[in-house]
Design a protein around this ligand. Sequence first.
Ligand code: ATP
Ligand code: MG
Length: 579
Amino acid sequence: MPRIALLDKGTAARIAAGEVVERPASVVKELVENSLDAGADRISVEITSGGLDRITVVDNGCGMDREDVVLCLERHATSKVRSLEDLQSVATLGFRGEALPSIAAVSRLTIRTREESTAEGTVVEVDGGRVLNIGSAGCPAGTVTEVRNLFHNTPARKKFMKTASAEAAAITELMGRLALSRPEVRFRLAHNGRVVLETPGNGRLDEAVAAVFGLGQVREMVPFGAENDGIRVSGLAGRPGLTRTTRRYQVFFVNGRYVRSYLLSAALDTAYAGSIPEGRFPVGVLLLKLDQALIDVNVHPAKMEVRFEKGRDVAAQVVLAVRQALTAQPTVPGLNRGPSVQRTGFCGTRPNPSASDGPVTVPAHSLALFEDAGDNPAVRESTPAYEVPSALLALAQLQPTYILAEGPDGLYIVDQHAAHERILYEEFSLALVLGEVGSQMLITPQVLELDATAIATLKRFTDYLAVVGFVLEEFGAHSFVLRGVPVTIAAGAEREALVDIVDRLGEEQPADREQFLRITAASLACHRAVRAGDRLTGAEMQRLLDRLRATSHPLSCPHGRPTMLRLTKSELARRFFRE
Ligand SMILES: Nc1ncnc2c1ncn2[C@@H]1O[C@H](COP(=O)(O)OP(=O)(O)OP(=O)(O)O)[C@@H](O)[C@H]1O
Ligand SMILES: [Mg+2]
């Protein structure tokens, strides 16, 4: 009996749709991009229940005639390219002719559309890819696309959806990016009837950035722009004092298309190398314009990546333009921590050897000399490569970033920040779980103007944050007032500490209170811990080592970095040919 059978058209379409439509945010992306391609300068999106129940996109673009409305639902039907050659110069965001049929296959889709020149519009209704009805409709010029009951016929996909608020957060973030790509277009996003994002659409990038990232951020950013060899780079770059714990606030557009790009992230890192603490990321909006023939956009099913033909030149220009802007506009005094407080090894990521400038870098050969506690953070927690030393005697401080210590079996180098983080993390975790962290009220409450995504995250976790000591109050649609913070936070660091927690919560989307407390404890610990560069007395070093040994996982910090490296006595003997 044959085992192979052709899938019926509906099943094949639903499977193929999975590539394009992963979650509600991908639907919003496709629909808004269609509106932009249709030349709209006003785009309004309304969602209910994170877009899982309903997504409506209204635009004032060119609209479609009846024939095109029917055709646009067919796979590979597009008005945007005609041949493979056209793809070389495609200036529109769409080009595959796949978005609408994919969305139609997994939802109930209604399109109402009218061209300006015609009096009557068309309405078409489709359910699970089947056209239910095509008729005439009175509607304003432009297109209204409504998607209901997303994934109702693909239960497996539906099961993987996060909560409505997590989906709404993803949509808000995406809309913010699309809005930044076109400051001349007025964007509006409402969730369950409340406006969460609105840009002025007056063509000014700084005003769009203010609407999306918050006014407080844009005040700390400087404009840059340069053009060379047909490559134009422009945008806004955060001053070195404005850093975040994630790359989420780095947004790149290539010829108006929002992309993720390792190359451009690396270029930004290089531009800021040495001027911001390691483990923190600069903030920036970067618009790149270059000959379409020099990029390939057809490398990713969601069109989120591009390949550059002259990648090196592009990166070099970005580095130059951003650096020039940063040096021309000196950092506001008080924002920059200055070179004396070198925060190398600040938490978050593992140290980046290429960016570190001090002699801290472990020479390649010594990687073999010193053992760390393992490589995989998960494994590191449970099965360290060596035992926790039964005693550690502080000998000296290196750099001052590391503590040199003697153990019964050899020499140890302890990263003071990572070690202190581990100690505080365990203390704070326990205190948070027991509800023992009190709150201190701020003498001057602080207004937090944040981007829509951060505000959504704050709203989602306000109750949890209150339990750990953050006293927050909503202040208009886009800001909060911070009135109190957990007592563990040092004076002056209140805002930064909360913003870092919010970034991490947004990134990790904790599903329950336990995960929330873990993330919060790690973030608070990171803030309070001694930094690389802080000088310690002998007694302080010894106390740190003793407290570290008393923790439940002394060998790694809460982010998974090792706290110590060991050089055993036998290794020393072997290296000096004593054995
Ligand atoms: N809001 C709209 N206004 C006017 N025309 C539209 C709109 N949305 C879709 N269309 C028309 O329908 C066609 C099909 O849209 P669809 O999104 O499926 O494909 P595409 O945009 O051409 O390519 P891609 O799959 O890469 O998005 C478009 O080429 C366009 O002509
Ligand atoms: Mg499209």
